[in-house]
Design a protein around this ligand. Structure first.
Ligand code: PLP
Length: 403
């Protein structure tokens, strides 16, 4: 039976941060007045999905619940790792070494750990900007210095690395790590093989460890295939790969991710601080997702493609000077409203208070977010249409000086 991604699922009273947590976790002013009841606000912000996870995942979780003991659990049978490895082989033609694999409660916690384990106080960590904000928190919390390298954004909305700028940045003596967001959040850019090779070579030449955060790698537009950075450099132990079923199958609340650390010393230091306990229900879910989730993911990707096409058509029709291009990857639309809104306006607040639609404005990202908004399209099409309709009205009113 085809998956019904059009179904609207009420998330209120499930402690969903998207639905009930926006005052504390999105808005700068938690008291901000909205033009609607909080329950009627349209959540298009935090990067999880308004879709039910795959039935095969739910069935596996239910099966695990049939056994009533949830004590200390370690992946002794290696089913979780083996399913992850098969997934990588099938989907990216990459075979991660299971000896290098470690479970983590999430990719952000893994980044905090890696920063702690690798950096001396004051060491630099390079990220592309605009950047996902927790990259900065992980670095500064661990006593590191964030060093930014802006992406090039062309007038047609396409994105590329500024390789000359990046080369100069990683050549700085204080830089020890590069966190690559692959594919990139928020722009949705999937790096070309040439870009990946060039970025990695410059890091190797300067002894900079690469942490490749590939959490969005399954959410490419239909027909495209992800290339893990580590696949291009099978001999290197200078690339840490972070992946997860959480973004792909909407399991972020289950707290389980995959980290592949080829460097023996770094992996040993990680193992010293972590007993590899896994939540047994989460492990059952992720194992099923990796083993049996392909068909569901195919349907999800087709649905997301159509949501992006809708956004493209609505913008072309009603907001033609907005800069938008269907991204290579992610379910996030990155829309530049510069032509319509006053420069520097806090777009999260402006759009929320005028329309009740909750999006992340450019100010939510580390530098260079400009007058862009990030709109999460992993929701029923009717919701995309409603939210974008209201955002377009806000942009037009602001542009006419009425807003
Ligand atoms: C680039 C990136 N890394 C990590 C995360 C979160 O990872 P986790 O929930 O596994 O900590 C996100 C979530 O949006 C993300 O976009």
């Amino acid at each position: 039976m085809p998956v019904d991604f059009d179904r609207i699922i009420d998330r209120t009273n499930t402690n969903a941060v998207a639905a009930d947590g926006f005052r504390d976790h999105l808005l700068d002013d938690p008291e901000l007045e909205l033009p609607c009841a909080d329950a009627d606000a349209v959540a298009m912000w935090v990067a999880d999905m308004a879709f039910a996870t795959a039935p095969v995942v739910l069935e596996a979780m239910r099966r695990r619940l049939d056994h009533p003991i949830f004590g200390y659990t370690v992946s002794l049978d290696r089913e979780f790792e083996t399913a992850f490895q098969s997934w990588c082989r099938r989907r990216y033609d990459w075979v991660p070494d299971l000896e290098h694999h470690l479970p983590a409660p999430g990719i952000v916690p893994a980044l905090y750990d890696l920063v702690d384990l690798v950096l001396e106080p004051g060491d630099g960590v390079v990220v592309h900007t605009p950047a996902y904000e927790p990259f900065e928190s992980a670095v500064t919390n661990g006593g590191g210095e964030l060093v930014t390298s802006p992406l090039v954004r062309r007038p047609d909305g396409t994105v590329a690395a500024d390789l000359d700028h990046l080369a100069a940045t990683v050549a700085d003596a204080g830089v020890r790590m590069f966190i690559l967001c692959h594919p990139h959040n928020p722009t949705g850019h999937a790096w070309s093989e040439d870009e990946l090779r060039a970025m990695a070579e410059m890091c190797f030449a300067n002894d900079v460890l690469i942490v490749s955060d590939e959490i969005h790698c399954d959410l490419l537009r239909t027909g495209r295939r992800h290339t893990p950075l580590a696949k291009l450099f099978p001999e290197s132990d200078r690339i840490v790969t972070c992946m997860s079923s959480s973004k792909t199958f909407n399991l972020a609340g289950l707290g389980l991710a995959n980290v592949v650390i080829p460097d023996d010393g770094l992996r040993a230091r990680w193992e010293d601080r972590h007993f590899p306990v896994v939540n047994p229900v989460s492990a059952a879910a992720a194992t099923a997702a990796f083993a049996e989730g392909d068909e569901w993911l195919g349907e999800l990707r087709t649905y997301l493609d159509a949501n992006f096409a809708l956004v493209e058509a609505m913008l072309a029709d009603r907001l033609p000077a907005a800069v938008f291009r269907i991204p290579d990857a992610t379910y996030l639309a990155w829309i530049d409203l510069d032509a319509y809104v006053p420069t520097g306006l806090n777009l999260t607040t402006a759009i929320a208070e005028r329309s009740g639609v909750l999006v992340e404005g450019g100010e939510k990202f580390v530098a260079d977010g400009g007058d862009c908004i990030r709109l999460n399209l992993a929701c029923p099409r009717s919701q995309v249409e409603e939210a974008l309709d209201r955002i377009i009205e806000v942009a037009l009113a602001l542009s006419a000086g009425l807003g």
